[in-house]
Design a protein around this ligand. Structure first.
Ligand SMILES: Nc1ncnc2c1ncn2[C@@H]1O[C@H](COP(=O)(O)OP(=O)(O)OP(=O)(O)O)[C@@H](O)[C@H]1O
Length: 271
């Protein structure tokens, strides 16, 4: 059995990873080193394989070829319990148990920290409260999850992921239902977590927001990684055209120096 060393920021790496559903190949030979303690945004068109790759990085699906490595250990051989404490994933459409209340759902994020025979930890309540506060969800704590608005529900799920305090957090389109203020708030929180040492990987569709927040961008097109690096290097008119089949002007935000992507109306050539 493999025991991972307790490094602050384990290195997560895909090496020649191919992923398939049955005989449908979806991701083709991806080599991707996730920068530890940084915020990486995974971008690409619909069906380009982002969610599939994210699930593989969490160890939820196994590559048909290649390997996902955590600190040089094959993810497939890392004990499940250890993995749950190390890597957290928030899928695109998570399902809550029927009738569960917000506080109870977010508290479930603490489960990986409870030993087999130990119950709660003394800091559980404080961690849960902090996670709820950072997603502006403290006021929802007694509400039923299935009675929340889409954006409220998404914030509660993010709170659950934060309460898990994994060293690597993978989030699939966590801001898709959020208004602009809550998007900024959630991304600020995630950037703060990265600054404190957490490795954060986010699937995002808003390229300008991705460029604004990410230390690194990884861009997929047709299941292949076509660019990885600093936002300014990855987001070019050429890569945007190749990945999304739309013309875009790439401006530079005078305040941050980060790219701003302006798609040209009428330029999409999807079919
Ligand atoms: N459970 C599944 N079974 C079979 N095919 C799947 C399954 N999940 C995804 N696919 C297929 O795999 C391909 C990649 O899907 P994936 O969800 O990884 O893309 P994505 O880039 O996350 O897309 P989106 O931006 O629309 O969320 C698509 O062609 C999709 O139809």
């Amino acid at each position: 059995m493999i025991d991972l060393p307790h490094t602050e920021s384990p290195q997560l790496r895909a090496e020649g990873v191919h992923l398939a559903y049955g005989d449908r190949a979806v991701v083709h030979g991806v080599d991707l080193a996730i920068a530890p303690g940084r915020l990486t945004a995974l971008v690409g068109a619909n069906a380009s394989g982002k969610s599939t790759l994210l699930r593989a990085l969490a160890g939820l699906i196994a590559p048909s070829a290649g390997r996902v490595l955590l600190d040089d250990h094959d993810l497939a051989r890392v004990p499940r319990r250890r993995l749950a404490r190390t890597i957290g994933i928030l899928p695109q459409s998570p399902l809550a148990p029927e009738g569960i209340r917000v506080g109870d759902l977010v508290a479930r994020g603490r489960y990986p920290h409870h030993g087999l025979f130990r119950g709660q930890r003394s800091d559980d309540d404080a961690v849960v409260a902090r996670a709820l506060a950072s997603t502006d969800a403290l006021g929802l704590v007694d509400r039923r999850v299935d009675e929340l608005s889409g954006g409220q529900r998404q914030r509660v799920w993010i709170a659950m992921a934060l309460a898990q305090q994994p060293r690597i957090l993978l989030l699939d389109e966590p801001t898709s239902a959020l208004d602009v203020a809550h998007q900024v708030e959630v991304l600020d929180v995630l950037r703060g977590e990265a600054a404190a040492g957490m490795t954060v990987v986010i699937v995002l569709h808003d390229l300008t927001l991705a460029a604004r927040y990410a230390d690194e961008l990884a861009m997929l097109a047709g299941g292949r990684l076509i660019a990885q690096g600093a936002p300014g290097a990855v987001l070019t008119a050429e890569t945007v055209q190749r990945a999304f089949r739309v013309d875009a002007r790439i401006l530079t935000d005078p305040d941050t120096g980060r790219p701003v992507v302006l798609p040209r109306a009428g330029s999409a050539t999807l079919s």
